[in-house]
Ligand binder design. Sequence first.
Ligand code: 3SL
Length: 233
Amino acid sequence: MKTIDVCLTPELIHLYSLKDKTVVIVDILRATSCMVTAFAHGADRIVPFASQEECRLMKTRGYITSGERDGKKVDGFDKGNSPFEYMGTEVTGKKIAFTTTNGTRAIEKSKLAKEVIIGSFLNLSSVIKYLLFSHNNVLVVCAGWKGKVNLEDTLFAGALVEKLKNHIEPDCDAPMAAQHLYNLAKGDMVDYLKNSSHVKRLNRLNIQKDIEFCLTPDRYTVVPRLVNNELIC
Ligand code: 3SL
């Protein structure tokens, strides 16, 4: 049977072998939810950057510059990190350069994997189908917050473990812990997460609607993949 493991924060990624794995990057609030939304609305490609400076330079090459630091749009960039900014004709056919506090760093750190895909609750069932058809073992890399573990990414990892349990077995204890948490939370994830650190942080920015949107399963069917350092669909 194939296996699934969960890296609860990018700080732990050195403990995992990447070269034979399909890595699922997850940053539910909100980077990977934005990326999935952009592709569902016809974005051409997204180039992820860990650094703001490199991302900013892409403007001269015709890219939309997008991203946040500490939840707020980077000064001078075209877009921030709300999924509602990545809908409709604003992104259709567009090339986007993206940098975020944690999500694009997690992608950067996973580049040596056999394959990297983007997961969120918004494309949950499509990610599950993708992993079922792939021959590779799976590693879910949670973006967390500045090196620390967060609940929302762990819940998504747990949802994958739970829904794949008859086909892919947990490789260690982290996937089992994530699965237990998901089963506790799945009845009402918005309520379960109400005291979590990033939900409190985002609430201070007054973006409750982003949280509810990002926790909605299966709005979209796209599965973005990293090919030559660009996300495409
Ligand atoms: O850290 C990230 O990648 C972001 O998704 C964080 S925030 O939700 O925009 O604050």
